[in-house]
Design a binder for this molecule. Structure first.
Ligand code: TMP
Ligand code: ASP
Length: 260
């Protein structure tokens, strides 16, 4: 094994210097945390699944014309990505009221919103990633107004695309969180989708039963976290039913085809 230089260790991932300049290796850990690390557990197999989920979504998002940092999956736990300068803002999209929005505004979880809502929080663990407005983002220089416009446009496109993709496999995309970065290529700087997309940063409910198929199972002590993640992977066609092994697959399995 080559000795690698660790750049950063987060709660769910480790970043190492990549083999070529301008690349990074993202290693997906099995650790699960919530409420800013107050709750912690190790869920065997989560890292490998999230690596696969992220590969799957990033590749498809690239195909609809939204640029991402993703280059390729290297092995079960690692993927090669382009090195970007992360914009310190989490972009959250909500299609259905849930989580902190329900709590903050005293609303019941589950109300479909007449239009998708985009929220921003400032990425700062010590402050608990506080909710901020678009004006904070530009006034405090975290992103320029054109960068923010790009982030919002890409986010809404990704939301439309993923909402349809999940609906096709019987899942409601309630909300999710994205992160973006600045990438310099051929002397030009542009904004690309970065970080990861997995059930760690989405709320996914079964369309028929509203059963939670995401990290809320961990946050709320509902049990069956990995079973839920595997169910999503199975419906996307990323897992073989018999042995739950990760496999390469060309696309989602339609719900009607997925029933035994
Ligand atoms: P929230 O309702 O707790 O604000 O979460 C909104 C969405 O963002 C939800 O899909 C979970 C995701 N999320 C993260 O990915 N990371 C976080 O640190 C938090 C708080 C939420
Ligand atoms: N990942 C975040 C943490 O560890 C929060 C979350 O996803 O709920 O605090």
């Amino acid at each position: 094994m080559n000795k690698r230089t660790k750049i950063y260790e987060g709660k769910a991932k480790i970043l190492y210097e990549g083999p070529e300049a301008g690349t990074i290796i993202q290693f997906f850990k099995d650790d699960a945390t919530a409420f800013n690390n107050q709750k912690h557990d190790v869920l065997e197999g989560k890292g490998a699944l999230n690596n696969r989920f992220s590969e799957y979504f990033m590749q498809r998002i690239d195909l609809i014309g939204v640029p991402t940092h993703f280059i390729k999956r290297i092995n079960m736990r690692e993927q090669l990505v382009k090195k970007v300068e992360i914009i310190p803002v989490e972009v959250i999209v909500r299609n259905v009221v849930a989580g902190s929005m329900a709590k903050r505004l005293g609303l019941e979880e589950g109300m479909a919103l007449p239009r998708s809502i985009v929220e921003f929080s400032y990425k700062d663990d010590a402050l608990g990633d506080p909710l901020v407005s678009d004006e904070h983002v530009t006034a405090l220089g975290w992103a320029t107004p054109p960068e923010l416009d790009d982030m919002i446009a890409m986010t809404l496109r990704i939301n439309d695309f993923l909402t349809g993709l999940f609906a096709g496999i019987g899942i409601k995309l309630v909300d999710f969180k994205l992160e973006f970065g600045r990438l310099v290529e051929d002397g030009l700087m542009r904004i690309v989708l970065a970080d990861e997309i997995s059930p760690d940063n989405c709320r996914l409910w079964d369309i028929e039963t509203n059963e939670k198929l995401d990290k809320d199972r961990f946050r709320r002590d509902l049990g069956g976290v990995m079973e839920a993640y595997r169910e999503v992977a199975k419906r996307l066609g990323l897992l073989q039913e018999e042995n739950s092994e990760i496999r390469d697959h060309k696309g989602p399995v339609l719900v009607s085809d997925n029933k035994d």
